[in-house]
Design a protein around this ligand. Structure first.
Ligand SMILES: Nc1ncnc2c1ncn2[C@@H]1O[C@H](COP(=O)(O)OP(=O)(O)OP(=O)(O)O)[C@@H](O)[C@H]1O
Ligand SMILES: O=P(O)(O)OC[C@H]1O[C@](O)(CO)[C@@H](O)[C@@H]1O
Length: 323
């Protein structure tokens, strides 16, 4: 193995730069040339590679976003697009590729490996949604969750002052990891997550019960689910039932930006090193992750075919804590 490529794909996630930096340093320490592929799969299809040396990754560990840029590539969903990517990998002379992204990225990578006899692919989980099977945490989740907690804290001040009901919508697509952990840490009164059916009656009754025991304001953390903006409808229906003044805050892309937390920098660094080591050991079509404090390689197909469950204990304790 002489030359490896590295790319970031899907939504950017804080800590991706720490991962790129660690992979480049590990590659160079093992006499590998490292090529950065710009703009995720869009850049891979175009063969858009830039050499990455020590200078390129200097002073980047504290930066959010991704220095390689990223994309959601419509072309990669087609076999034709993936075959173009395979040709570009040949042209760039890559002996292995590190892909930092989420489950969509790994789904695409599995199809690429099935369509073409390509260089080994090693994934690194990077997604604020944290919905990738084969790792307890994805790079970016901790920063995004902390951003949501800070927002909840701020909103609690004004909710309490005005005796209002707030609905705070967090990202996470069809997974409730961000909502669950930020809801617990922010002391939310109620939670709406895609893993459980939405019940306007249940939400309303629990909030009413809180008011009866003396609460004068409440915060409901809502996971965006399949349709961002869903919290407006939920707020309207609950507000009508309770006849109570309510407001909605959609945190949106605020959660994706900003400097990575210590956890995301450390996780990004660890998995960046592990990804290069996996390639050097001859691993292929797998994802490096951390499970129970140990590094683990999971077949790429499992990372998107298997559903990562929410932490059952956290789901169990939420209702008691929010009473
Ligand atoms: N089923 C698929 N077939 C082929 N390519 C895919 C598939 N799913 C995703 N991809 C490719 O991977 C890219 C990234 O996937 P996606 O946009 O779902 O983000 P992700 O990797 O899940 O990250 P995030 O969790 O941050 O959104 C897509 O834009 C597309 O190019
Ligand atoms: O930045 P985009 O393409 O609008 O995507 C937003 C989506 O990306 C994520 O931030 C990461 O998958 C989701 O939580 C969110 O639904």
């Amino acid at each position: 193995m002489k030359r490896i490529g590295i790319l970031t794909s899907g939504g950017d996630a804080p800590g991706m730069n720490a991962c790129i930096r660690a992979a480049v340093r590990t590659g160079l320490a093992n006499d590998l040339a490292v090529v950065g592929i710009r703009r995720g799969y869009t850049g891979l299809i175009a063969g858009d590679g830039v050499p990455l040396d020590r200078r390129a990754i200097r002073n980047t560990i504290h930066m959010g976003g991704t220095i390689l840029e990223t994309s959601r590539s419509p072309d990669f969903y087609t076999r034709e697009g993936r075959l173009k990517a395979a040709e570009a990998i040949e042209r760039l002379g890559l002996d292995g590729i590190i892909l930092i992204g989420g489950e969509g990225t790994f789904h695409g990578a599995s199809l690429l490996a099935a369509d073409a006899d390509t260089a080994p692919l090693v994934g690194v989980p990077g997604s604020i949604d944290n919905d990738v099977y084969g790792t307890d945490y994805c790079i970016g989740f901790d920063t995004a969750a902390n951003c949501a907690v800070e927002a909840i804290d701020r909103i609690r001040d004004t909710a309490r002052s005005h005796e209002r009901l707030f609905f705070i919508e967090v990202m996470g697509r069809t997974a409730g990891f961000l909502a669950l952990e930020s809801g617990i840490a922010g002391g939310a009164e109620e939670l709406v997550i895609p893993e459980e059916e939405v019940s306007i009656a249940r939400i309303s009754e629990r909030i009413r019960a809180g008011f009866i025991t003396g609460k004068k304001s409440a915060i409901v953390v809502v996971a965006e689910g399949k349709t961002p903006g869903v919290s407006f409808e939920i707020a309207r229906e609950v507000g009508e039932r309770l006849n109570f003044d309510s407001r909605v805050v959609v945190l949106g892309h605020l959660q994706r930006g900003g400097p990575p937390t210590l956890r995301d920098r450390v996780l990004g660094s660890l998995l960046g090193v592990a990804s290069v080591e996996a390639l050097l050991e001859g691993q292929r079509e797998c994802m490096v992750g951390e499970v129970g404090g140990n590094l683990r390689c999971t077949p790429l197909e499992e990372t998107w075919q298997k559903k990562k469950p929410l932490n059952e204990d956290l789901v169990r304790i939420f209702p008691f804590l929010s009473e």
